[in-house]
Write a protein that binds this ligand. Structure first.
Ligand code: ADP
Length: 174
């Protein structure tokens, strides 16, 4: 049997229990799993690439066949560079499907040697997305059922910083 290395790419802004579930399930399917944290997507992020890599590492610590790295550029190029033949993605709802389908077909054209494998979410995480986590945390809501405790803390710290006044004191009305 050949040794199969898979990549689970994403933005992970921040990592949540839905991502962790996919990573652990993929790590059981493949010999090696590289969780690849994309550094600068077109969308706006709240955590820096270093912060996101660090949180993903902590969340998946202790799993000997999982490695966490940051990357930039095309995912298929990254896969080739590190000798991975599989890209793992998670599928939640029907609306994910169209985007994932389009991306998988594009990647197939770019790199026919790399297979995309989509794992269906576990139903308890179906509602979970990083956007939901960020929105709830920004409004001061409880996110501890969606993310590990250290991610919840990082979110609260981030949003406290953000709540600083936009104007310097000298320009503010008393
Ligand atoms: P991207 O910006 O590449 O979509 P994300 O960090 O949002 O990165 O997601 C990474 C992967 O994890 C994607 O394949 C996404 O569909 C999947 N994912 C996100 N949330 C869940 C969830 N609750 N259950 C299963 N898969 C999920």
């Amino acid at each position: 049997m050949p040794h199969i290395k898979a990549v689970f790419p994403g933005t992970f802004d921040p990592i949540h229990y839905g991502h962790i579930d996919i990573a652990l399930r993929a790590a059981r399917l493949f010999d090696e799993l590289v969780v690849a944290v994309y550094d600068k997507p077109l969308k706006e992020l709240i955590f820096s690439p270093e912060e996101r890599v660090d949180m993903v590492r902590r969340a998946l610590d202790g799993h000997t066949n999982i490695q966490v790295v940051g990357y930039s550029g095309l995912t298929v190029e990254f896969c080739r560079r590190i000798g991975a033949r599989v890209i793992v993605r998670g599928l939640r709802v029907f609306s994910d499907f169209e985007r994932e389908f389009r991306m998988a077909l594009t990647n197939q054209r770019l790199a026919p040697d790399v297979e995309v494998v989509a794992l269906i979410t576990s139903d308890k995480y179906m509602f979970l997305s990083s956007t939901t986590v960020r929105e709830v945390a920004a409004l001061g809501g409880d996110v501890t059922f969606m993310v590990p405790p250290f991610v919840a803390e990082a979110l609260y710290r981030k949003f406290q910083q953000r709540e600083r006044p936009l104007f310097p004191a000298s320009l503010r009305e008393e």
